[in-house]
Design a protein around this ligand. Structure first.
Ligand SMILES: NC(=O)c1ccc[n+]([C@@H]2O[C@H](COP(=O)([O-])OP(=O)(O)OC[C@H]3O[C@@H](n4cnc5c(N)ncnc54)[C@H](OP(=O)(O)O)[C@@H]3O)[C@@H](O)[C@H]2O)c1
Length: 319
């Protein structure tokens, strides 16, 4: 089967298409014929292996896992002997390493679900990564009904999901911060207020918030501090130094919350599917490339200018 592989760390050009062995499903696994995947910031972090702290996990000198890609949608091609909840031909989506390939295996009990009705493979592939990151961090920061929530980086894949979950699931009052071209999009996702960061610095407006979610990892606790209410939290989605900061500030009046999830919780995908079917969440897609365009797609993701997700299509049309 075809797969995008990388044998060393580096720029997008380390990625190349190769023929690799098709995986064989274990008893508790589904074999999925992948129809769409995405290029995410997670893929880019893994491709660069920066910061170096990633290396014990990824491999010191070269990547232990050659195939990137984390989000997928596709059709179940075969099932293991012990699988009971899925059948051959089911349209599924989820999170699993190695999704930039024609086929992947995922545990029936893993982060996988049948696709919501009336959704394309392209849309289904873009549901989970940013959504899980946004959801887990809003939950970790204890966002709830009436919380004054500010989402910084509201137009990225995590940000677009966080705005929708903040408003439609947690019941917060959402202020979204983004660049001028994305103001209308972010408003259409349900933000109560939108701040164009090219026109206004939210930390200097005099407004204060219970939670500042830095959905893109480009702000900081120090800069956000004065926009936090007493008892408020800066929720970080990136930058490992936020972890010790979260410990240091855990008893402070203004603190850092850094929520780490070892493995995505499969209960979350069920929630995402329900929210999509209820019209409360929709994935935002920026560009779509064929698998062969993975280097170009990755160069674009590396610019940090994508809006929502960048999708790769495989195995024919994805309608
Ligand atoms: N640990 C995990 O499992 C996990 C999973 C997913 C994501 N993450 C992390 O979550 C973060 C967000 O990922 P993502 O996929 O949502 O990113 P993304 O989609 O690539 O973010 C792109 C968006 O960020 C905005 N942006 C770029 N630079 C900015 C700046 N200096 N200030 C404000 N906004 C800026 C851009 O909007 P404008 O043009 O409007 O500025 C663009 O729309 C990343 O740090 C990623 O590593 C972690």
């Amino acid at each position: 089967m075809r797969a995008v592989v990388h044998d060393r760390y580096g720029p997008p050009e380390v990625l190349r298409l190769d023929d690799v062995e098709r995986p064989i499903p274990k008893d508790d696994e589904l074999l999925v014929r992948v129809r769409a995947s995405t290029v995410t910031q997670t893929d880019c972090h893994m491709r660069r292996a920066r910061p170096l702290l990633w290396r014990p996990y990824l491999g010191w000198l070269r990547p232990r896992s050659r195939i990137l890609g984390f989000e997928f949608s596709g059709e179940v091609e075969a099932i293991g002997a012990a699988v009971t909840k899925f059948a051959v031909g089911d349209r599924v989506f989820g999170l699993r390493n190695g999704a930039h390939a024609d086929y992947l295996c995922v545990r029936e009990a893993g982060f996988v679900s049948r696709m919501p009705a009336e959704i394309t493979f392209e849309e289904a592939a873009a549901i989970c990564d940013g959504a899980n990151q946004g959801y887990v961090n809003l939950k970790g920061a204890k966002v709830g009904k009436g919380t004054r929530l500010l989402v910084y980086g509201a137009s990225g894949s995590c940000g677009t999901a966080a705005v929708q979950f903040g408003k439609n699931y947690f019941g917060a009052h959402v202020t979204a911060v983004c660049d001028t071209p994305n103001v209308d999009l972010v408003r259409s996702l349900g933000a109560d207020e939108v701040i164009d960061y090219l026109q206004e610095d939210f930390t200097k407006s005099g407004q204060t918030y219970d939670v500042v979610l830095d959905a893109v990892g480009k702000h900081s606790f120090l800069r956000s501090r004065r926009a936090l209410k007493r008892g408020g939290a800066y929720a970080a989605t990136d930058r490992l130094y936020n972890f010790p900061l979260s410990l240091l500030t855990s008893r402070s009046k203004k603190k850092v919350v850094f929520t780490v999830e070892g493995h995505p919780n499969p209960e979350n995908i069920v929630l995402f599917k329900e929210l999509i079917e209820a019209g409360k969440y929709r994935p935002v897609i920026d560009r779509v490339y064929p698998l062969e365009g993975v280097v170009e797609a990755t160069r674009y993701v590396d610019t940090w200018r994508k809006v929502g997700s960048v999708v790769l299509t495989l195995n024919g049309t994805s309608a």
